[in-house]
Design a protein. Structure first.
Ligand code: ADP
Length: 594
């Protein structure tokens, strides 16, 4: 039974595994796809948002710079048309400078330079502007760039006053001819103001770097100081080489100097070799995703638990009919032909269950027929064998005249065979009665000791013939058990008779008792041939006999122990045996104490 239970649990585990695979794998695939999509979509959104901020800010910077160059893009409307700014009067240029400074604001220094690179007027910014020493700057970069017609934005000089940058533009006459340049050093502090207000998400920030990787301005004051060179950061190094990072891949996530893992995105500022960079802490950018993932995980765990519970139930549900069928088969093999299988699944398994039941019914009918046959045969045999027995006894007693020695020998053999026949008929009748439920048993408190002593008395001669001593260790003369005295004697007689029959050498048979859980146990211990473990299991079944060299000459029906079992069980007790091959056996039976 334990074995078959194990089999069902294996089957159940198998069904459970299949159900789990069917339920869990799609769920996991869906979840993973969902999470990957969420992360990817968010990454795209994040980079889009970052780029939008960068582009917006970049336009603002561009506007700021354009505004400066617009101011400096001068057309001198003098007549006669000058070919060189040096032809203009100093007073008019001074007046112009005043106006320009006001318009451009944040001007640190401003100068007019003629076509030959000679400074004509030069002023420092501020309220009390001063004239400075005039020089020839024909070799200077701002002059060389601007005279070619290209606006000049110089490198940034980071000073305590703020980041200073030189801007230069061409001056034209009415006929659009270059007549000189205007060069000014402006303070980019105002640019800082523009940038300082920019935010990405709630914790992201932007900063502006020049073509060397120097920080011009940042919206996070803790990140770096203006003027600090950041080109050693590999993502910035890439940016400077124009390998722009748009924050679209996970490679753009790096741990910045503040120890935050941030999404890095960069955009160039048009027309000038500056770059605007944004760093958005990963946790901030993905906080939405985190909440979503957490939500999804809760759902997954809930769904998994549900699948587990449902699978467990379903596995049980699927295996249940198989278990019922298995139990039915076990019961049939135990000989319980009254067992009926009850499966209500409305499918093939239910049909299989009813086929099983039909099969049991047929088996039962066959068995009943066979039992009836055995009963009738045994019953019909009983009278002739009994008559033979009487006549034999009378003949051997000399009632019909003297019996010669040779004749007596032959009649003795007939007598012993007839006795065996009588025993067989008695056993068969007993078995048939028991199986038909007709075994008459009347349970009452009986003195066990008296019954055992009576049986032992009857077997003394048989034991003595085999030089076997019968020892009875009586518990107490008043010990009583609930039993049918007649049937109890049959059980004891069978067991002691066997102990004598299967002895291989002179020795002893000991009978004793124990009391356990309100049951009186009787043990019959012999020193006989013993029984192997394999055979012990079959001992109490009908017609079972151990077949080996030692037992081949011993006569018997194989019904004695079966009858003992039937009787003991009818008296609400149990019977069992323990044995060691070659050393002896102990047969025990229990009966309710009285
Ligand atoms: P039998 O008529 O053959 O004795 P039983 O049902 O009484 O039938 O016993 C079944 C078998 O169990 C016997 O054939 C014998 O092999 C074995 N057996 C029974 N009792 C003993 C015992 N005390 N020692 C060894 N073998 C035994």
């Amino acid at each position: 039974m334990a074995d078959s239970n194990k089999n069902y649990s294996q089957f159940r585990t198998k069904v459970l595994k299949i159900l789990l695979v069917i339920g869990v794998i799609p769920l996991l695939i869906i979840s993973v796809v969902h999470l990957v999509t969420v992360v990817k979509t968010r990454l795209e959104n994040v980079s889009e948002l970052q780029l939008q901020v960068l582009q917006g800010t970049s336009e603002k910077i561009r506007r700021y710079l354009d505004q400066k160059t617009d101011v400096f893009n001068l057309v001198i409307e003098l007549t006669p048309v000058p070919k060189n700014i040096s032809e203009a009067s100093l007073s008019s240029l001074n007046f112009l400078i005043g106006g320009l400074k006001e318009e451009a604001g944040d001007v640190k220094e401003i100068s007019f330079i003629d076509r030959d690179g000679q400074e004509i007027v030069k002023r420092e910014g501020g309220e009390n502007s001063t004239s400075l020493v005039l020089e020839n700057v024909a070799g200077r970069e701002d002059f060389q760039t601007t005279i070619e017609g290209v606006d000049y934005f110089g490198p940034i000089n980071f000073t305590s006053e703020g980041p200073l940058m030189r801007i230069a533009s061409q001056i034209e006459n009415r006929e659009k001819e270059a007549i000189g340049i205007i060069s000014a050093e402006i303070n980019l502090e105002l640019l800082e103001e523009v940038i300082s207000k920019v935010k990405v998400g709630s914790q992201g920030f932007v900063y502006l770097i020049d073509g060397e990787g120097n920080l011009i301005a940042s919206s996070n004051k803790n990140f770096a100081r203006p003027g600090q060179n950041l080109s050693q950061i590999s993502l910035i190094e890439d940016t400077l080489k124009n390998k722009i990072h748009e924050g679209k891949s996970l490679e753009d996530i790096y741990k910045n100097s503040l120890g935050d893992r941030v999404i890095f995105a960069a955009a160039p500022v048009g027309g000038i070799k500056w770059f605007l960079i944004s760093e958005w802490p990963w946790r901030d950018a993905f906080s939405v995703v985190e909440t979503l993932i957490r939500g999804t995980l809760v759902i997954i765990v809930a769904a998994l638990s549900l699948i587990m519970i449902l699978s467990l139930f379903m596995a049980r549900w699927v295996v249940k009919p198989v278990e019922i069928l298995g139990k039915g088969a076990d019961e049939i093999s135990k000989g319980n032909l009254d067992y009926r299988i009850n499966i209500k699944t409305g499918d093939e398994l239910e049909k299989l269950g009813s086929r099983f039941n039909k099969m049991i019914k047929v088996l039962k009918e066959n068995q009943e027929l066979r039992d009836e046959f055995v009963f009738i045969a045994a019953h019909e045999l009983r009278t002739p064998v009994t008559v033979i027995n009487w006549y034999l006894e009378m003949i051997l007693n000399g009632n019909f005249g003297k019996v010669e020695r040779e004749m007596k020998k032959a009649l003795d053999t007939v007598d012993s065979s007839n006795r065996r026949l009588i025993k067989l008929v008695q056993d068969l009748l007993e078995v048939a009665r028991s199986e038909a439920g007709k075994m008459e048993i009347k349970v009452e408190p009986v003195l066990i000791g008296d019954n055992i002593k009576e049986v032992l008395k009857g077997l003394e001669r048989l034991a003595a013939e085999k030089k076997i001593q019968l020892i009875y260790q009586e518990l107490d003369k008043t010990t009583k058990a609930m039993a049918d005295a007649f049937k109890l004697k049959e059980v004891i007689s069978n067991l002691v008779d066997n102990a004598i029959k299967y002895a291989i050498k002179p020795g002893k048979i000991t009978i004793n008792h124990e009391i356990k859980d309100n049951f009186l146990i009787t043990n019959i211990k012999d020193e006989g041939m013993g029984i192997s473990d394999d055979n012990i299991k079959k001992l109490f079944t009908k017609f079972f006999r151990v077949k080996n060299r030692e037992t081949q000459d011993i006569e018997g029906t194989g019904l004695g122990l079966f009858i003992c079992k039937e009787i003991v069980e009818r008296m609400k007790g149990k019977i069992w045996a323990k044995s060691q091959l070659g050393k002896g056996s102990t047969f025990s039976f229990s009966l309710p104490s009285a």
